[in-house]
Design a protein around this ligand. Structure first.
Ligand SMILES: Nc1ncnc2c1ncn2[C@@H]1O[C@H](COP(=O)(O)OP(=O)(O)OP(=O)(O)O)[C@@H](O)[C@H]1O
Length: 350
């Protein structure tokens, strides 16, 4: 189905975003409700992503990163449900829609064409039974009215764009004939084949060795400059955040605990959880000056609490070195400096 923004994907309602904003998530609540149990996987999350910029969502396993991105894409598995909030998105034609409210049929026209997604495991996106050329062509033909010949030329151009050598020959290969790094590039080519305005990248480099990881991050940065897309980058790795993102949202147990410009948050973290995550990044220079050898990572003791059994007040309190009585009361997101928020009563003691 071919639907352009001007042919009516917009809701017609008077939704608006500042001109530089591509995506604005407002007080999003996504719960998994089954019988008497409710898992509040995303509980009042808000952030805004500017056009052509990268926002990283970071946190340990279970913090709600993937559920946030699946909610934006409206790919939640049952019994996941959006119970509150808005996901305002600027369509290519300029109209703003609330993705949380769009009917599935309209969402299908947006997925792949306006918003694309890449994953840790390329085979989540790639079909082992078809050549990579056929898969990229299929994506182009699904969303645009071009001939098969034109689609093949475009598919080849996409493989060139992601720096795959001998693209003509690669078009006729199956995913299993390629290395992990090459498959990752093909997945990116597939995601970008319809020129999306927003790319959601869910841990796309986690399974790769550091050299290939650096190459893929370089590639994404270059493509972002060329195409001008916004990137929502999901990761548990603050080292990757430093490489790729302009802004960062730190999540813990379904809530945002700190957010701001990467430079500010890294320079002066204002939440003990962020400080703990930063301490987990191996510092190669410091390791060398301290005589080399392997430094034990300064991991945060304990685990993210079960979303079924969250403590009242600050969810990080049971693991927090700075905990005080007041932490039994949930702190709001407190502005600690310009464009920098922290959900910690003791933000000034850090
Ligand atoms: N289908 C589901 N049914 C019930 N609970 C779910 C379901 N999917 C996710 N959750 C819960 O939602 C919470 C957030 O999960 P989510 O996958 O978003 O975390 P994450 O930060 O992306 O972790 P990871 O890095 O491991 O993917 C977890 O407590 C998880 O158990």
């Amino acid at each position: 189905m071919v639907i352009t923004a001007s042919s009516g994907v917009g809701t017609g309602a008077a939704l608006a975003l500042p001109p530089h904003v591509q995506l604005k998530v407002e007080d999003l609540q996504t719960y998994f409700i089954q019988g008497a149990s409710t898992v509040k996987s995303v509980d009042g999350v808000s952030f805004s992503l500017s056009r052509g910029q990268t926002l990283a969502v970071v946190g340990e396993s279970g913090s709600g990163k993937s559920v946030t991105s699946l909610t934006i894409m409206r790919l939640l598995a049952h019994p996941g449900r959006i119970v509150g909030g808005r996901v305002l998105y600027r369509l290519r034609g300029g109209d703003v829609v609330d993705l949380a409210q769009l009917p599935e049929k309209r969402m299908r026209a947006i997925r792949g064409r306006e918003i694309a997604m890449i994953f840790q495991e390329p085979m989540t996106s790639l079909n082992p039974l078809f050549t990579v050329g056929d898969q990229i062509m299929e994506m182009i033909l699904l969303h645009e009215s071009v001939s098969r010949d034109e689609a093949r030329v475009r598919a080849k151009r996409m493989l060139e764009l992601v720096e795959i050598p001998a693209p003509e020959r690669r078009l006729d290969q199956y995913p299993h004939e390629m290395s992990g790094g090459m498959r990752q590039r093909v997945m990116i080519a597939l995601a970008l084949s319809c020129n999306p305005s927003l790319l959601i990248a869910d841990e796309p480099t986690t399974a790769l060795d550091v050299t290939i990881q650096a190459q893929i991050l370089d590639l994404l940065r270059r493509l972002q400059k060329e195409i001008g897309m916004s990137i929502l980058f999901i990761t548990h790795n603050l080292g990757v955040v430093a490489e790729i993102a302009h802004e960062v949202v730190v999540m813990y147990a379904g809530r945002v605990v700190e957010q701001g410009l990467v430079l500010n948050v890294f320079e002066r973290p204002r939440h003990p959880y962020t400080r703990g995550l930063l301490a987990c990044i191996p510092d190669v220079r410091r390791d060398r000056t301290e005589g080399g050898g392997r430094r034990l990572l300064n991991a945060i003791p304990g685990n993210v609490p079960s979303a079924l059994d969250l403590p009242t007040g600050c969810a990080f309190a049971p693991r927090c070195p700075l905990v005080v009585d007041r932490c039994r009361e949930l702190p709001p997101l407190i502005p600690v400096s310009e464009d920098h928020l922290s959900r910690c009563w003791r933000y000034d003691d850090l």
